[in-house]
Ligand binder design. Structure first.
Ligand SMILES: [Zn+2]
Length: 183
């Protein structure tokens, strides 16, 4: 298997944009089909004050305000134990260690979410290159971004903020073992 990884667009010092403007959308022509309209369909809706009281200030900044944690600041970026990664806001399982890989960029990276319904995808044009943001499907927490430079054959790289995730040690016996763990 060929691993083709390049620098993370999270890095503001990046001098080689991975995608030209508009190119990201071309990479994922079906992506917009999964985009939901947002708050209307969420299972978990809380007021801003409730989120603020539940989360630390950094968790709130990242998950509810779309922030990005500092690279290498989370224990999760190179965690290797088997386990599940849940949304820190609502507890929904988003990723499994089986799809985790080290992209060397200082944030936890996964080749796929635990299931296709776990997260929603949203165009993000706040950066100098267009990106695709991923949010928890249940509570709309900002988790990170998905890029097209992941391991083949699927080629997707979910770059998450570790602070948006809660690690639960151990995998359930029924955990799916199909697909492409890529590590
Ligand atoms: Zn959530």
């Amino acid at each position: 298997m060929t691993m083709q990884l390049r620098g993370s667009p999270f890095l503001t010092s990046a001098t080689q944009p991975i995608f030209a403007p508009g190119q990201m959308d071309a990479c994922f022509p079906t992506m917009t089909k999964s985009i939901r309209s947002g708050m209307g369909k969420l299972k978990i809706q809380k007021s801003d004050a409730e989120w603020r009281s539940q989360l630390t200030s950094e968790q709130y900044r990242v998950t509810r305000q779309g922030g990005t944690e500092r690279a290498f600041s989370s224990l999760d970026w190179d965690r290797r134990q088997p386990g599940l990664y849940r949304c820190v806001c609502c507890g929904r399982t988003l990723f499994s260690s089986e799809k985790k890989f080290d992209a060397g960029v200082g944030w936890p990276n996964f080749t796929a979410p635990v299931d296709d319904e776990a997260m929603t995808e949203h165009p993000d044009r706040s950066f100098f290159i267009p990106r695709t943001e991923v949010r928890c499907a249940d509570c709309n927490a900002h988790i990170g971004h998905v890029f097209g430079d992941g391991p083949l054959p699927r080629g997707r790289r979910y770059c998450a903020n570790g602070i948006a995730l809660e690690f639960q040690k151990g995998l359930p016996a029924t955990a799916a073992r199909s697909g492409n763990p890529a590590d």
